[in-house]
Design a binder for this molecule. Structure first.
Ligand SMILES: Cc1cc2nc3c(=O)[nH]c(=O)nc-3n(C[C@H](O)[C@H](O)[C@H](O)COP(=O)(O)O)c2cc1C
Length: 228
């Protein structure tokens, strides 16, 4: 059994709605990320009231599958997705779906829009079938409008999301944590995140991508949330 414990809800005055500790069994171990542990610490030192606990359980299934959903404007994220899909296909059933914006803006328009937090843009249909989803996106200033729209569609409810972000080389960690929080608001939870620098992709250096894909806990599906 795979368990994810959550202290919830956050007390008054705290910006975080969740402090999460993820516990994986030996065969599907993922590190407890720095963000999780720092959120938990922040939560605990800020809160004098007793914590309410949430325990999230995952169950093992016989025929694992995973959906990979990606948006890629200049091809870097797509290249990473192709490597991940090739790594996973011998182990599981993989569906790859692309997010396509309906409008084709030039660079300077996307750049402008990427400065506006929470702004979306029309996208084509995207359906999700697996409880496990890899969501691969580029780092765009503070906002990637096609992904903002995607997260509002309600298709990630009850699903475990593994975020992948490709970036040029500026401010990627803050962006990644911001997106992790945004994804957690609309999904069952998030797993280990992968950040890939554009220069590694251009050099064809996919070592960290393959390692990340090889460590994914395939076959462990979200099964419930217990509150105590
Ligand atoms: C509109 C826009 C904004 C960007 N902003 C950033 C940024 O703030 N920081 C950064 O490291 N890279 C930034 N980049 C570079 C992309 O994150 C990087 O090239 C990424 O790999 C692109 O993925 P793609 O080829 O799949 O579209 C930006 C690119 C675009 C088009």
């Amino acid at each position: 059994m795979l368990k994810q414990k959550t202290c919830n809800p956050a007390p008054r005055g705290l910006r975080f709605s969740h402090a999460v500790c993820v516990i994986f069994p030996r065969e599907a171990r993922q590190p407890v990320t720095d963000s999780y542990s720092s959120l938990l610490t922040l939560y605990c030192i800020s809160n004098l009231e007793p914590l309410k606990k949430e325990t999230r359980t995952m169950k093992k299934v016989a025929s694992p599958s995973i959906d990979i959903i990606y948006f890629s404007w200049t091809g870097n994220t797509k290249a990473v997705v192709e490597v991940i899909a090739a790594e996973l296909r011998p182990r599981t059933q993989v569906r790859v779906l692309e997010v396509r914006p309906k409008r084709r803006y030039p660079y300077f328009v996307w750049l402008l829009l990427s400065f506006i937090p929470g702004l979306g843009t029309d996208i084509g249909p995207v359906d999700v079938t697996s409880p496990l989803v890899i969501l691969a996106i580029p780092k765009w200033t503070v906002n990637c409008p096609p992904i903002t729209t995607l997260l509002r569609k309600g298709i990630f409810k009850g699903r475990m999301i593994f975020p992948v972000i490709t970036y040029g080389g500026f401010d990627e960690k803050r962006y990644a944590e911001n997106y992790r929080r945004r994804i957690e608001r609309v999904a069952w939870g998030t797993g280990r995140m992968l950040l890939v620098r554009r220069s590694w992709i251009r050099k064809g250096d996919f070592v960290s991508v393959r390692e990340w894909a090889a460590a994914l806990p395939l076959g462990w599906f979200p099964s419930g949330v217990e509150r105590t």
